[in-house]
Design a protein around this ligand. Sequence first.
Ligand code: TYD
Ligand code: MG
Length: 453
Amino acid sequence: MAKAKITYVCSKCGASSLGWLGKCPQCGDWNTLVQQISSPTAGPVRARAGRSTAVSLASVAAGAEERLPVPMGEVERVLGGGLVPGSVVLLSGEPGIGKSTLVLQLAMLLATDSARVLYVSGEESARQVSLRARRIGETPAELYLLAETSVEAILEEMAALQPTLTVVDSIQSVRIEEKTGSAGSVVQVRDSASLLARAAKEAESPLILIGHVTKSGAIAGPRVLEHMVDTVLYMEGDRYHAHRMLRSVKNRFGSTNEVGVFEMTQAGLEEVTNPSEAFLAERLVGASGSAVSVTMEGTRPILVEVQALTSRSALENVRRTANGFDYPRLLLLAAVLSKRVGLPLGQQDVFVNVVGGLHLNEPAADLAVAMAIASSAVDKPLAADVALVGEVGLSGEVRSVGHIERRVQEASRLGFKACVLPRSFGKSPRSPQGMELVPVRSLRDAMQALDLR
Ligand code: TYD
Ligand code: MG
């Protein structure tokens, strides 16, 4: 009789080892290895009956896959089209960010369009889900709820109901009964996902799995699944702000370059089709220390307000605080402003905040951040209708960035009248009507152009 095989699997990154180790050889974390006992019934590899045979790739009909249309434009944008039959989408994000809300909404809309949807909730009771559904809207008859944590029971229900779409909320809450390990353990998460995915493939209907991650990534989960699924979506945002971003970090059927924007309201998530307008909505025009940048989220330009405040420090060591902006980048910009422009920031605390809970990862936001700081330091507001785009180098030079035309167009669409941008773009003459392009070579130039003296 075959003997049970014991291996050790890292609960963080999924690496496996034959013996127990205190430190994971792959991710280097301590005490993350857990024992995994493989089923003793699994015999040596044998050829299966009815196995597939190799086919000439050229003979495979490519045909556009029939996708299940997604009734939410922002989700469809991120997926790169509808849901592909038999595909598995993993939606991950921190607890409380709105994953269940988004998927329930999607399920309700699809079921209203008379698709049959099976929503499996392993975390919440039927009553809780129904309360949430009531907040969102009318519950359609074709939406089926299964409050269940047993994978075997879920598979049975999938076979009986033949849904057009299945949702499992969340993959960490379900377990295969005949296997050891509690729900949420690496082995259970991985094997449950693999069984559910196989069922979806066989039924040729899409499957959405919800998975939680924490900031430290400490909980076993989505990370081990990422290579098993076709699409990985990530929902993020600032818990204290209403805006949520949906990004794809892996997509077998589309680009990973698109971002969906939502706003959490009293009645579920609302799609934000005009993010620039939303992010500028509360801007206080005429205040010093405020600048507007145009950032690219995927292929989409979005206008955002950057705020800076400089104030004389009461402490011996001055403070620099960045919210929504890279901290080392802020230190760099403050140093460049001191050294190259002569702005006296040596005794000043500098605070930078990106409005709306957005995170500006792009170097193209440098110029706006630098000019917001300068504006606060000299206590003069920037003109309200100027947008700024450009990367700042260590010599105080303003360097070119990508997608300038798109950014300028978006600024123009929102009624901005001027755009300060890197000189290297100055030669390209295409500027939207009523938009003045102000090419600058350096931070000094920019300050002059903006009348910050
Ligand atoms: P939820 O979808 O449960 O998050 P997740 O599944 O990612 O853990 O939503 C979490 C938050 O959203 C919760 O704090 C309540 C809030 N919320 C609203 O503000 N409006 C709504 O209509 C709903 C359904 C939830
Ligand atoms: Mg949830």
